[in-house]
Design a protein around this ligand. Structure first.
Ligand code: UGA
Length: 437
């Protein structure tokens, strides 16, 4: 059992903290936001993440998980300190590192005996080296520490599952001792011989960016193939499924849609582009993926405009799904934002529904109508757009929807509705790259 402090209680910090407690470690989740910490201490969970609340409760009751806003004593009390604060995109595209370096300032003041300093936040390659230098050059003598880069690969909406059953754990460090301690904190996975990769710090930092960027590239690629499928009369699902059978390609992340969003891909791509430019090795493939993604988002609006006779103007449009993907209330960079802006710019009226993201979106668009029931949202709508692949949209009662709507136009940007049923109910529909029935 190791004692660990995680600084930052966003979705990465919280899920990591709870997951490491579940592995049997003693974990303090620390954050300067006192409100958040007191909410956590009273049993509230600040983010929606399936399974998170239950596992927090379990580990708090087993006295393995604690929440604190006292950063100094949290650092003093633990052997491993994990930095898990945000690295948002700055105006230049580079990651904004102010939160990471303010934690490093705290570490400078509080490293009281040997500790492992570990970064989980996604940070530009070279950050580990900078942190080591800052700590080594701090005014206090004999600071004893080892540094580890241990990037995360959690997906929002399945982060708890991803943490407990990971594809790989990357431990970037030059210290054998730190490597062994990190293997110990992931002990259940280590015993199960889960793939733990020991790399250099820079390699670990690069693995994170290279992975996210590749996945984003893959999505932009299949989106462009989908658009071309429409033009040439091919079906993108058949294409993706056959491509995926080639082990070199794999079927995952080949699902076409309205363009990727979220807090990671858009910012990580920009950050890696900024890094590549610094070394005068600009990554053209990533710039193309971003361009294709922006244009995919606009294409969805154009599709809707084309689908409805007379266009969007003065029409009632029901939007189903506001979050950037299913199982989260996160709307950051969600394609729904682009869709809402498009409809508003064309003079349409919006009736929005999301199982859990209505509140988040209402902070951005307070003037559109939000509903808590999908069948109320579609009432007298001229057209309906599916923007998020929530499970409940896969099993919609389309007959009921047809009887509630005043029009019969559907744009399914996630390709989840049954086309045979849509046709038999006389819907006029469009999707992304599928042959219509
Ligand atoms: C992503 C990575 O998948 C995680 O491994 C990584 O840890 C995380 O970023 C991070 O850096 O923190 P996340 O952003 O939560 O996770 O969500 P994804 O499931 O990767 O989806 C991202 C976007 O791509 C969503 O808008 C989703 O709808 C879209 N997508 C995904 C597609 O359009 N098609 C697909 O086939 C897959």
């Amino acid at each position: 059992m190791k004692s660990i402090t995680i600084i930052g209680t966003g979705y990465v910090g919280l899920v990591t903290g709870v997951g490491l407690a579940e592995f049997g470690n003693r974990v303090i989740c620390a954050d300067i936001n006192e409100k958040k910490i007191s909410a956590l201490n009273s049993g509230a969970v600040p983010i929606y993440e399936p399974g998170l609340e239950e596992i927090i409760k379990k580990n708090v009751s087993k006295n393995r998980l604690f929440f604190s806003s006292d950063i100094s004593s949290s650092i003093n009390d633990s052997e491993v300190i994990i930095i898990a604060v945000g690295t948002p995109e700055s105006d230049s595209g580079e990651a904004d590192m102010q939160f990471v370096f303010s934690v490093v300032e705290e570490l400078k003041k509080n490293l009281n005996n040997y500790k492992i300093v570990c970064t989980k936040s996604t940070v530009p390659i070279g950050t580990g080296g900078k942190i080591i230098k800052i700590l080594q050059n701090s005014y206090r003598e004999n600071i004893d520490f080892d540094y580890v880069s241990n990037p995360e690969f959690l997906r929002e909406g399945s982060a708890v599952k991803d943490f407990l059953w990971p594809d790989r754990i990357i431990i970037g460090t030059s210290s054998k001792k730190a490597y062994q301690v990190m293997c110990d904190i992931y002990r259940p996975l280590y015993i199960n011989k889960n793939p733990i990769e020991h790399t250099t710090i820079e390699t670990a930092e690069m693995i994170k960016y290279a992975s996210n960027s590749f996945l984003a590239l893959k999505i932009s690629y299949i989106n462009e193939i989908a658009n071309l499928c429409e033009a040439v009369g091919a079906d993108v699902h058949d294409v993706a499924s056959a491509m995926g059978k080639d082990g070199r390609i794999s079927e995952k992340f080949l699902h076409p849609g309205p363009g990727f969003g979220g807090s990671c891909f858009p910012k990580d791509l920009e950050s890696l582009i900024a890094i590549s430019k610094k070394y005068d090795l600009p990554m053209e493939t990533l710039s193309a993926a971003i361009k294709a993604n922006k244009s995919q988002k606009t294409k969805m609006g154009n599709k809707l405009e084309k689908l409805i006779p007379g266009g969007i103007k003065n029409k009632n449009i029901a939007i189903l799904g506001l979050s950037f993907k299913a199982n989260t209330d996160d709307i950051r960079e969600s394609s729904s934002i682009d869709m809402i802006n498009y409809i508003l710019s064309k003079g349409g009226n919006i009736r929005a529904y999301d199982p859990i993201a209505n509140d988040s979106m209402s902070k951005l668009f307070s003037d559109i109508s939000y509903f808590h029931d999908v069948y109320v949202a579609v009432d007298k709508a001229d057209a309906l757009v599916v923007m998020t692949e929530w499970n409940e949209f896969r099993s919609l009662d389309l007959k009921k929807i047809r009887s509630k709507m005043s029009g019969n136009y559907i744009l399914d940007t996630r390709n989840i509705l049954n086309m045979e049923e849509l046709s038999s109910l006389d819907f006029v529909y469009d999707n992304v790259g599928r042959i219509k029935i």
